[in-house]
Every structure is written in C-alpha cells, then in structure tokens.
Ligand binder design. Structure first.
Ligand SMILES: [Zn+2]
Length: 422
C-alpha cells in the first residue's frame, strides 16, 4: 500500500471522476425540486400508466410501493437511460427474494463515495483524512480473500480499504497484527463483522486496534453490542440505517440525539391505513432522490421507526430517527397473543454468549448461538431453556451451537425472527 503510487487505483479513480461530474450536476438541481417527480411520472412505465401520461410534481400524489412492486424491474426503470450505462446491483433480500436494482452512474457515485462523506461529515475525524492515506477501513466477514482499495474523492481522496475476515484464522491473526500498526481514522462494518474482528484482536497478545471512530451499518446495532465495541475500540461507535436500495438513509452523530436523515432521502412514517406523516411512529416510507434510472418513491419498508424534528448541536436540524424498533418481525406470538421478544435480551447479554438468533416456527423456537466464554455447552443449553421459560411459556426450544449465524453471507442478521405463528 503506497497511496498514490499505487497505480492499480487509477482506473477506478478515473471512473469515479466521470460519475462525480454527473452526480454534482444532479445535486445542483434542488433535491426536493419537482423535477425528480416529473421525471419519474413521465419516463417510468409504471408511473406513466398510473398517471395516464401526465406530469406530476407532488410526492403525496405518488402511490406507496412495496418491495414486491419494485421487483418488477422493467416497470420501474426509467426509459430515459441507455441500458448499457446502467449497473445492475442485486440486493440481499432479508425476506427471501432478491431485488435487482439498476443504478445510473451518478447514483453509483453517491452510493460508493458521497454517502460515506455525509455520514462522517459531522465528526472531527473528517478533518484528519489525508489524500492517499487510509481513511476508512471496511471490515467484512464474508470470508472472501479479495482486498480492495479505492480513493474516495468525497473524502479528500483518502483510501477506502476493504478487508475480509472469517475464512482462515491464521490469516485473520496476521491481519489484526498489521492493523494494530496502522492509523485507522474510521473503522467500518456490520456489527457482526466488527464483533468478529474484536474477538480475534482480544485473543491475540499485544495492544488493540485503535481507530478514531467506529461506524456500523447493515444490521441493527444493539446497545449492548455498541457498548462492547466502544469499550474495546476506546472510541465512539456510530450507528447508521442503510439499505442496498438507497444507501445511507440516516446516521448518528456523536451527540446521542438519534439518526439524522440523509439529504438525498425523504422519510415518512406510515402509521396504518396508508396515512403518511413526517414525524411519529410507524413503518418507514422512503423516497430516494439519487437514482434517476430507478426512482424509488414512497417505498414502504418493514422497518418500524420513531421520527421527530430535532435541532442538534452538530449543526443538523430536521427529522431524526430516535428509535428503530426491530426490523421485519419484531413480535413473536405466544398463546395466541403478541409478545415482544426483546424481553429475552437480558438472558443473552452475558459473557457466555457472543451472538444469537431466535426463530419462531409455530410452537417451535429455534435458537442459534455462537458461544462466548463458556466450556460446558450442555450447561449453557439448559440454562437458556430455563431462563427463557421463566419469561414466557415456550413449548419447544431447539438450541444449536454454531460459528456463524448467517446462512447466506449477505443476509441481515435479525436477533428475533417470526417465520410462522400458527
Ligand atoms: Zn447531530
């Protein structure tokens, strides 16, 4: 790694330069300008027929769309773009079926580069990012051997380096030893990837990895995980709410006021019966202004959020997510009534357990557990069953100890999942 001397980064830099020009042009049009909505209503087949070929400028007139709707890729792709200029990205699909999303070059720039810049823009670490030096170390736990480094023009041309862990323990230990010697301004990854890195770091003699800032996205960052990461890294770890379809939707600053909404996003909440409002509690409904090839307007997600207007010391004022209440399936159904499984959290928040997932299928509750500091797994299994039953009358509990919870490496790991309750 020799910074600018590394010519391998040049082609991607030239590519991102082209994308950046298009991106800045697009941002020059006021994001909330009606042009975006007019473009969608006049060039996207679904909206063209919905509005009978008349231009619309007001988001409130656009219908709510679901993931199932957006799966009809052709219907939602603007015919103003040449297919060869679009990049098709497939999203993970927490709910099973992946979503194939075309991106235009400007939105690709936003997704790969500008999004990070906005998320960390409120933090002092931003001023320390130097051209050709490491800026963001992105840790992923997909276990592939590929290492990728790119320059980020939106972060003062600092380097975003992606490393992968989880396939070969000896190699992981070597990597940790190398990372300890580096100045890492921002350490970024899914909570479970940073937890995995922490485990390797803790079990290897010597001083710890010490970044200036931690940043998480991908899965829910639960408060106990956040605390343990902060204790280990000795720095702030900020949460963000992101999805493949729209990039960073909201992100925390270090003032603990919540997750501020990104400027390329309009977020509403749906509290039931199609009622939308800008604050309050309900399912997040998202409009994403950056991808004109595939305009995402009033996209109903499975995530339940609480939103209020804040004026924060970091300089942000506007809608802020104060709580993300479980994603997808926040409830179990026990004895015919709704049960909030976060009551179980207390059982799992101890040294014996690193990660877990609990899935309801009818009257069967399956637990996957990555054990922590414990030798006797039979003891742990009976302890868990006893404690769970003290809180709720669970009939059948199955426990599996494992090394990885995700069956598909791109999957979001939910702590509690309800697949069927009858
Ligand atoms: Zn703030």
């Amino acid at each position: 790694m020799k910074g600018f001397a590394n010519l391998e980064m040049l082609p991607s830099l030239i590519e991102s330069y082209k994308q950046r020009g298009l991106f800045l042009e697009r941002r020059n049009i006021n994001l909330y300008n009606s042009v975006f909505f007019q473009h969608a209503s006049m060039t996207v087949p679904f909206y063209k027929s919905f509005f009978n070929n008349t231009a619309q400028a007001n988001p409130i007139d656009f219908p709510i769309v679901s993931r199932k709707d957006l799966r009809k890729t052709v219907e939602f792709t603007s015919n103003n773009f040449d297919k060869k200029d679009l990049l098709f990205k497939t999203t993970s699909g927490t709910s099973g079926v992946p979503l194939k999303i075309p991106r235009d070059p400007a939105s690709l720039y936003s997704f790969l580069h500008e999004g990070f810049a906005e998320v960390v823009s409120r933090e002092t670490v931003t001023s320390k990012l130097m051209p050709g030096k490491l800026g963001i170390l992105f840790v992923d736990d997909l276990g592939s051997n590929s290492e990728i480094s790119n320059l980020n023009p939106s972060l003062n041309y600092s380097i975003v380096r992606r490393v992968s862990i989880g396939k070969d323990y000896v190699r992981d230990v070597q990597l940790v030893k190398e990372l300890r010697k580096l100045r890492i301004p921002i350490l970024y990854g899914r909570p479970r990837a940073l937890q995995a890195l922490m485990k390797i770091d803790e079990s290897t003699n010597g001083r710890h990895i010490s970044p200036d800032l931690g940043l998480c996205s991908g899965d829910n960052l639960y408060s106990d995980v956040k605390n343990s990461l902060q204790n280990w890294l000795q720095c702030r770890v900020l949460n963000s709410y992101a999805m493949q379809e729209c990039g960073f939707i909201a992100s925390e600053c270090s003032n603990d006021t919540g997750l501020h909404i990104s400027q390329n996003i309009m977020l509403n909440v749906e509290a039931g019966a199609g009622e939308r409002s800008s604050t309050g509690e309900g399912f997040a409904v998202i409009t994403y202004f950056d991808n004109w090839a595939f305009p995402i307007i009033n996209y109903l997600t499975d995530d339940i959020v609480s939103v209020r207007n804040t004026s924060c010391r970091c300089g942000y004022s506007g809608p802020t997510i104060t709580e993300i209440k479980g994603r997808n399936s926040p409830y179990f159904f026990i004895d015919g009534s709704q049960f909030n499984p976060s009551h179980f959290n207390i059982i799992f928040e101890n040294q014996m357990i690193d990660q877990f997932q609990m899935v309801q299928r009818g009257h069967v509750f399956s637990l996957k557990v990555i054990p922590g500091e414990v030798k006797d797994l039979d003891f742990l299994a009976s302890y868990l069953k006893d404690e769970l039953r003290k809180i709720a009358p669970l009939e059948q509990i199955e426990i599996e100890f494992c090394r990885s919870i995700a069956t598909d490496s791109h999957q979001k790991v939910q702590r509690y999942v309800c697949l069927a309750f009858t």
